[in-house]
Every structure is written in structure tokens, then in C-alpha cells.
Write a protein that binds this ligand. Structure first.
Ligand SMILES: C[S@@+](CC[C@H](N)C(=O)[O-])C[C@H]1O[C@@H](n2cnc3c(N)ncnc32)[C@H](O)[C@@H]1O
Length: 428
């Protein structure tokens, strides 16, 4: 391989981000998805834009996902498999997609929103799969992946398998669909960046795949050749003889016999189902603990706040409460688990963890209130985050009748100054 890991990751990132922004021909995407096992009913049940024709299997169909399970999809693209899994896990489960491309994450979130699916039940988080995964250890029942592991550099593949073993609960399962090399690939192929982005050149052999799974601690490893025609990608392409995978475009897999690719993909690689289980130990078998959210940081599931919001001092807020008119301001408490020990008198409770989902309702309620003052415990995290989301939404909507502020020092600072004043601080 002549290309460095950085070059490979960047090429993959840029190609798939472009796919997310530009979209694909629906007929092409449906033909590819059908060839890899998605039923017409499954495809009708999700937004058209969720299927980008980038899959090489249908992991949800083989993962026997049950209600209440926590499911993780590595390299979730437009969200096709997370959305299909979401209907299986229901309201008591969680379906989480990770992808390094901000454009893919934005697309997948739009697709989830079209189905009224919101965090924490359905989350899409931007994350590089070659880094530690932003998930709680032992929290996930089933990890899926569809045509992604082949896109990781060699060392990254091993890192990912170890992380997969960490986040799976003991007894949890891994169900991947991936492209696997039938024989060691020729140098002509491994050095071809278009073939790498097209899910061919990064494929490893069956033995290598089994080795990284078993080194990560997995057991009951089973790899099954689906015998699907890999050329379906290029045969389904509707326009042009150049094919679908120039280096800057990206889709699985590269065209057969195109001017850029002189090899027959079917001769070198195949689409496989990969199954493996994280062993249970005696101690874990009795443990029933499970976090209410498998994400380490709940806010990863939401867009970054777009606006920086100024602070307001406790003295100024107290002055508003004593001398201002009630229409002039509103105080918003965004604490949740720590919502005890008093609050600013008259403050409205909108917990941060559900704030983003409720933003349209919040804007409807407060968009005519000139000063909307947010606080949490110390106003270094949740307060500024919710204030930033609100201010960003006001700006998007061109609304100037309201603006966000953050209570400096949060409730801790407030209580230190006004904890003894019943006109300013209410006990719970
Ligand atoms: C071939 S597409 C498959 C998308 C989706 N699984 C599907 O079936 O439609 C590969 C996806 O993996 C993502 N990806 C590739 N390498 C990645 C990495 N190192 N970290 C995170 N995501 C990655 C890409 O951004 C892209 O969305």
C-alpha cells in the first residue's frame, strides 16, 4: 500500500461526504439495496435518502434484533440500518449510528427526524472508528456494520474490533456485512485509491479477519460468503461508462473494467456476513445493570450549538426579578438529575437532555421574550449548550425579538448569593 493511513482516511471521508451532500439516483440505490437483501417493504419504511446504495448486505435482517435492545451501527451512512433497527428495538431500546462524516451524520439525522425518531432512542454521532468509541463499556447488545470495516486502515481495523468488544455487553453479538478478499490482493489493487474508496483495496482475507476478531476476544466467529455479485454496483449505475467510483466520488465497489479499474472485483473479493460473540463470564452473567443511555455524552447525539451566548450576572438577574416586568425576561433551569436543592424563583424547567428535541416548542413559547436566561449547576455545560441551541435557532429563523443569556456561575453562584432570599430562591 503506497498511501499513508491519513491519505486513505481523508480520501474515504471526502468521497462519502460528497455522496451524502449530493445524494444518489433512487433507482440505482434501490437496485443495489435489493441485490444485497433489502426487501421493498423495508425500503418503503424509511426515507428514500437513507439508502445511498452503499451497502453490501442487510445486517438488520440477520441480527435478530429484539425489542428493548441497544444496537450500534458502525459507519451508519444515511442511516438505513439504524432506522430499520429502530423499529425493532422500539421505545425501550436504543439504535445508535456512528460515522466520521459530518455530512453523513447531518443526512442521517434529517432522515430520523422525518420519522419522528429522536435521541436518546435514535442517535447519530460523529465519530472516527479508528479512535475510542464514545460509548459506555458493556452497554450494547448488538453491533452491526455494513460495508465499512474494509474502509479502515489495517491497524484501525484491529483497534475497532477491540473497541467493539469493550462496548458490547458480555454475551452481546456482532453482525457485520463486509467485503473480504478471496486471496491476498495484488499491488495494483492495493495501491489504487479509487479501489480503496470503493471498498475493494482495503479488504483483508478471511484468516486476517478471523485473527483480528479473536485477538479482540470474540468467540463463535463465523464468516459466510453471501455469493452476491459485487459487480452489481457498476452494472446498476444508470449513467456513463466511467462507472461509479472515481477517487473523489466513492461508493462500494469500483466499476468493473472501467478506464480506472482494470480488474474484475468478483475475482478478488466477496461480500460476507460476519458473526461473533463476546464471551460471558460468571460475574457478568448475574449483572443486569444497563445505562439509560449507551452514549458516554448525551449531547453527542445533537448538533453543536452554533451561537456563543453572553453571560449575565446573578445581581442583574436579581434586579430584573425585583424591578423588571415579567414580560421582559424568563429564567430557564436546564438541570435534570441535580434538580434539587432549590431553584431560581419562577424559573421554567426544560431539562437539557430533551431540550434540543423540544426546541420548536421552546421557540414558540419564548420567542417574544426579550431576555431568556439559562442556567444549570455551574453554567459551564448544559446552560451554555441549551442557550446556544436557542440563540442559533433564533438566528436561523431571523427572529430578533428574543435573545439568550447564560446565568454566570449557574445555580451554585446564585445560591451562594441569594439562597436565603425566599423572594428570589424557591425550595423544591
Ligand atoms: C460504504 S459506506 C456504508 C454506509 C452504510 N453502512 C450503508 O450501508 O449505507 C461507508 C460509511 O462508513 C463511513 N466511514 C468510513 N470510514 C470511517 C471511519 N474511519 N470512521 C467512521 N466512519 C467511517 C463513511 O463515512 C460512510 O458513511
Amino acid at each position: 500500500m503506497v498511501h499513508s493511513d491519513r491519505v486513505l482516511l481523508e480520501a474515504v471521508h471526502d468521497a462519502y461526504s460528497a455522496k451524502a451532500r449530493e445524494g444518489v439516483d433512487v433507482k440505482y440505490a434501490n437496485t443495489v439495496a435489493s441485490a444485497f437483501g433489502y426487501t421493498a417493504e423495508e425500503l418503503r419504511s424509511i426515507p428514500l435518502e437513507a439508502n445511498l446504495g452503499l451497502s453490501c448486505g442487510n445486517p438488520v435482517a440477520s441480527a435478530t434484533i429484539k425489542q428493548g435492545e441497544y444496537v450500534l451501527d458502525l459507519g451508519s451512512g444515511g442511516g438505513i440500518d439504524v432506522l430499520l433497527a429502530a423499529s425493532k428495538v422500539g421505545r425501550t431500546g436504543q439504535a445508535i449510528g456512528l460515522d466520521m462524516s459530518a455530512d453523513m451524520i447531518a443526512l442521517a439525522r434529517r432522515n430520523a427526524a422525518k420519522q419522528n425518531l429522536t435521541p436518546p432512542q435514535v442517535c447519530f454521532v460523529q465519530a472516527a472508528l479508528t479512535e475510542p468509541l464514545p460509548l459506555v463499556s458493556d452497554s450494547i447488545d448488538c453491533i452491526m456494520s455494513n460495508c465499512v470495516v474494509n474502509l479502515l486502515p489495517t491497524l484501525g481495523k484491529a483497534v475497532l474490533m477491540k473497541e467493539a468488544a469493550r462496548v458490547l455487553r458480555p454475551g452481546g453479538r456482532l453482525v457485520f456485512h463486509d467485503i473480504i478478499a478471496k486471496q491476498p490482493l495484488s499491488l495494483e489493487i492495493t495501491n489504487d485509491l479509487a479501489a480503496y474508496v470503493g471498498c475493494i483495496a482495503g479488504a483483508i482475507t478471511l484468516d486476517q479477519y478471523k485473527a483480528i476478531l479473536s485477538q479482540a476476544g470474540f468467540r463463535d466467529i463465523l464468516l459466510v460468503d453471501t455469493e452476491t455479485d459485487i459487480n452489481v454496483y457498476s452494472l446498476s449505475e444508470t449513467s456513463g461508462s466511467e462507472g461509479c467510483c472515481p477517487p473523489t466520488s466513492g461508493c462500494c465497489a469500483p466499476p468493473v473494467q472501467s478506464s480506472k479499474s482494470k480488474f474484475n472485483a468478483n475475482a478478488w473479493v466477496a461480500s460476507y456476513q460476519v458473526y461473533a460473540v463476546k464471551p460471558e463470564d460468571e460475574e457478568s452473567a448475574v449483572s443486569t445493570d444497563r445505562p439509560s443511555n449507551a452514549l458516554q455524552r448525551w449531547w453527542d447525539a445533537f448538533p453543536l450549538a452554533q451561537a456563543n451566548v453572553p453571560e449575565i450576572s446573578a445581581e442583574k438577574v436579581a434586579n430584573l426579578m425585583m424591578n423588571g416586568s415579567p414580560e421582559e425576561f424568563a429564567v430557564i433551569d436546564v438541570r435534570r438529575d441535580d434538580y434539587q436543592g432549590g431553584h431560581v424563583n419562577g424559573s421554567h424547567h426544560w431539562p437539557a437532555q430533551t431540550f434540543y428535541n423540544e426546541l420548536p416548542k421552546f421557540v414558540d413559547t419564548f420567542d417574544r421574550t426579550p431576555k431568556v436566561i439559562f442556567y444549570c449547576g455551574s453554567s459551564t455545560g448544559r446552560g451554555p449548550r441549551c442557550a446556544g441551541w436557542y440563540q442559533g435557532r433564533l438566528q436561523e429563523m431571523g427572529l430578533k425579538t428574543s435573545s439568550a443569556l447564560v446565568l454566570r456561575g449557574g445555580f451554585k453562584a446564585w445560591r451562594a448569593m441569594y439562597g436565603g432570599r425566599s423572594d428570589l430562591t424557591a425550595a423544591d
